[in-house]
Ligand binder design. Structure first.
Ligand code: SF4
Ligand code: SF4
Ligand code: SF4
Length: 273
């Protein structure tokens, strides 16, 4: 398999991102004040978030968590920005979507052609700009983009693979694409995406005034049938749920009805009989 036949992919593990912003700063360090023609011009110091880390809190106190979704240009295989602006954007041999600095100059409407909001307008240079997947570095022999290199937790990784091989990796590693329903086929894949796009039902079980460890808790509804044992603190948490009506029951006791409608639910303490 040759390097040229391989495509470039970015894999993001949502569960490993701590929102440290190293990737965001590395992107700024690489691009602010540096022109990398023909890949892109200098990134403005303010306003542009080529690595845009989105944040989401779930649950109600004290059963809350936070997830971070690092979101650069998704380098879509079937990119709406390429289709909407013929000649102004193109695919590199490795699959990075790049904006032509000359042809795109003065074309502010290009910034509106990305459904992910990944293209920014540079007013000073009159240029639409976005993440280039650090193609200037990769073409120069770098093994990974700056943001990946800077990530201290391993939340970001860079892969080169043939498309079929990447599909197999995605299946084996449980990777998915963000907003897959758009049909743009991103080359950015996410692991543990449910932490950002789905919800949980959590609670605690008590008996005789104490946390009840190893209580069997059952959740049903929306095609889901799941069973958990409470932990040392009597806690349970069913994650990755779609919107819908569920029931939660503890070891055969009366079931509690729970509605998940766009947010996670802390059902509070359940008293086991
Ligand atoms: S550097 Fe890694 S851990 Fe830090 S915000 Fe970026 S992806 Fe998350
Ligand atoms: S994320 Fe947006 S800018 Fe990037 S390739 Fe896809 S449509 Fe184009
Ligand atoms: S791949 Fe390069 S250009 Fe894209 S977000 Fe990472 S550092 Fe920035």
């Amino acid at each position: 398999m040759t390097q040229a036949s391989r495509q470039m992919y970015l894999v993001v593990d949502v569960s490993l991102c701590s929102d440290c912003n190293n990737c965001f700063i590395a992107c700024k360090d690489e691009h602010v004040g540096n022109d990398w023609p023909p890949y892109t011009g200098s990134q403005p110091r303010h306003g542009h978030r080529w690595m845009n880390i989105q944040r989401r809190e779930r649950g109600q106190f004290p059963r809350v968590d936070a997830a971070y979704l690092p979101m650069p240009c998704q380098h879509c295989e079937d990119a709406p920005c390429v289709k909407a602006n013929p000649g102004c954007l193109s695919y590199s041999p490795g699959g990075a979507v790049l904006i032509d600095m000359d042809r795109a100059k003065g074309r502010a409407e290009i910034a509106g052609s990305c459904p992910y909001g990944a293209i920014y307008w540079n007013d000073e240079d009159s240029l639409p700009q976005k993440c280039t997947m650090c193609a200037h570095l990769l073409d120069d022999g770098w093994e990974m983009p700056r943001c990946v290199h800077s990530c201290p937790t391993g939340a970001l990784s860079f892969r080169r693979a043939e498309p079929g091989e990447m599909e197999r990796i995605a299946r084996d590693e449980g990777l998915s694409r963000y907003r897959d329903e758009l049909g743009t086929k991103p080359r950015v894949y996410y692991k543990n995406l449910h932490r950002f796009v789905k919800n949980f039902v959590a609670g605690g079980v008590i008996k005789d005034g104490d946390c009840l460890e190893n209580a069997e808790v059952r959740l049903s509804g929306g095609g889901v049938e799941a069973v958990q044992s409470t932990d040392f603190f009597g806690e349970f948490k069913f994650d990755g749920l779609d919107d819908g009506e569920y029931t939660v029951s503890v070891a055969g006791d009366e079931a509690l009805k729970v509605l998940v409608d766009g947010r996670s639910v802390n059902v509070g303490e359940i008293v086991a009989t």
